[in-house]
Ligand binder design. Structure first.
Ligand code: ADP
Length: 201
């Protein structure tokens, strides 16, 4: 069974992924894959230089994230170009990780922008959404990342709405309470996934 794990920034996706991993799920983290592809020596660097020029690569040979972020915010065509380079590479690497994880009872693909990205649709058996009120998302991101409130608010505003995400979800974990209550919810969800996996065998 292939499950997509999604949710807005700061919703608690990493937290839920970590808890599911403790239960034995294989986690395939598409953000981590994207970072690897664009790190120094990464598979995507040559294509990024071809499309955007060497000015978007930093001194160590990695993608200059801040510069590229500014570029794609300002220019929709640049965003499409970058996505055309990265998305197929991310999907191929994710499938390689999935092949290597066949012994796990089920696979969880963490895809933050699942609802925003048509490329991913139809590739999963279920969509698991981590949902929480926007005020909590913003509060958590401000606590853990070096971003200004206005930046976080603008990221949240550009992401899919809670309603759009809820419409795409088969399973929802509401992460608005204490960490202990999330662990109990994830344990219940894991049992559901194990039942579904057994039924589909
Ligand atoms: P995401 O991966 O969706 O961006 P994270 O799982 O990294 O979100 O969570 C963002 C931050 O908020 C982390 O520091 C995490 O430990 C914290 N956090 C998540 N859920 C809760 C919660 N229910 N109570 C308190 N802190 C939380």
């Amino acid at each position: 069974m292939r499950i997509a794990l999604t949710g807005g920034i700061g919703s608690g996706k990493s937290l839920v992924a970590g808890l599911l991993a403790e239960h034995g799920a294989a986690i395939i983290d598409t953000d981590a894959i994207a970072h690897r592809l664009t790190a120094a020596g990464g598979e995507a660097i040559a294509a990024i230089v071809d499309a955007f020029g060497a000015g978007f690569i930093d001194r160590r040979g990695a993608l200059d994230r801040a510069r590229m972020r500014a570029r794609v915010f300002a220019d929709a065509a640049a965003k499409t170009t970058l996505e055309r380079i990265l998305h197929p590479m991310i999907r191929a690497a994710a499938e390689r990780e999935a092949m290597a994880a066949q012994a796990a009872p089920y696979l969880v693909f963490a895809v933050p922008l699942l609802v925003e990205s048509a490329d991913w649709r139809g590739r999963f058996d279920r969509v698991l959404l981590v949902d929480c009120p926007i005020v909590l998302q913003i509060e958590r991101v401000l606590r853990t990342r070096a971003l200004a409130r206005a930046q976080v608010e603008s990221i949240v505003a550009r992401q899919a709405s809670r309603a759009d995400r809820l419409a795409a979800a088969d399973d929802v974990i509401v992460n608005a309470g204490a960490l202990t209550s999330i662990a109990a919810r994830v344990a219940r969800l894991h049992r559901r996934y194990m039942r579904l996996t057994a039924q589909s065998l």
